[in-house]
Design a protein around this ligand. Structure first.
Ligand code: BTN
Length: 234
């Protein structure tokens, strides 16, 4: 595994996207990002003290492309397990690929497909403590525990955890992975509104089911969501 460490990058995902001789598990870590990318074209606040990293995964020819739709979920579970090894906090998994603690987001994941590779970009709020206008919705390890952490150690812990969890997916253990996610399912039982391309639907979120979709009970029917964004209604 090759590891690249930078003081500053535009985006660790972009670094791997543009790398000419990309290899599986190439890992890049940046202390800060000038254009950190979130999902759906959002910006990702990339302050010093956060763990900001991406790694490359080569498509496995034995795994059907549709199985890769589960990759963000497997990455999310890996972050959660990596953080749980470190601290006994009530981390929860928010479908599709966020980690929450105490009702606030502590980590987000952006998976991009580039040729034969997936770039898995992970941001974890670790020692950073300022979230400005996001402070009602975001937290960090340090804010939760008052401690300071070794960011490189956390990055390696999460990447190693990902290798384990992805190995389970390759071995056909999706059903067990899904059960573990459902035990930690932040959205379950919550009223959510879901932004679809053409409309917004309201309902109560349920389990993560086969294919990694999320059940939504609208009161009229139980739908399965695999697109769109889930907003929690307050
Ligand atoms: C999200 O929650 O919207 C996903 C956020 C992903 C942020 C990480 S930080 C490291 C990597 N590089 C990026 O530009 N984005 C991801």
């Amino acid at each position: 595994m090759r590891k690249y460490i930078f003081e500053e990058l535009d985006s660790t995902n972009n670094f791997l996207r543009d790398k000419k001789d990309l290899q599986e598990y190439d890992l890049v870590v940046a202390r800060t990002q000038t254009s950190g990318k979130g999902r759906r074209g959002n910006q990702w606040r990339s302050d010093e003290g956060a763990a900001l990293f991406s790694f490359a995964l080569k498509k496995d020819k034995n795994l059907d492309l549709k199985e890769y739709r589960k990759l963000p979920l497997v990455a999310g579970l890996s972050v959660l397990k990596g953080l749980s090894d470190l601290e006994d906090l009530e981390f929860q998994f928010k479908w599709t690929n966020d980690v929450y603690v105490g009702g606030k987001k502590i980590s987000g994941i952006l998976v991009e497909m580039i040729g034969d590779f997936f770039i898995i970009g992970i941001g974890i709020n670790v020692n950073n403590k300022e979230f400005g206008e996001l402070s009602e919705r975001a937290t960090s390890l340090s804010l939760e525990t008052g401690k300071e952490y070794d960011i490189q150690g956390i990055v390696m812990g999460v990447v190693n955890e990902f290798k384990l969890q992805y190995g389970r997916l390759l071995k056909g253990e999706w059903s067990e992975l899904k059960s573990e996610m459902n035990c930690l399912n932040y959205l379950k039982g919550r009223r959510v509104s879901v932004q679809l391309p053409d409309r917004i639907i309201d309902g109560i979120a349920g389990d993560i089911v086969e294919d990694g979709m999320l059940e939504l009970n609208t009161g009229v029917e139980t739908m399965k969501l695999d697109i769109g964004e889930v907003h929690i209604k307050f």
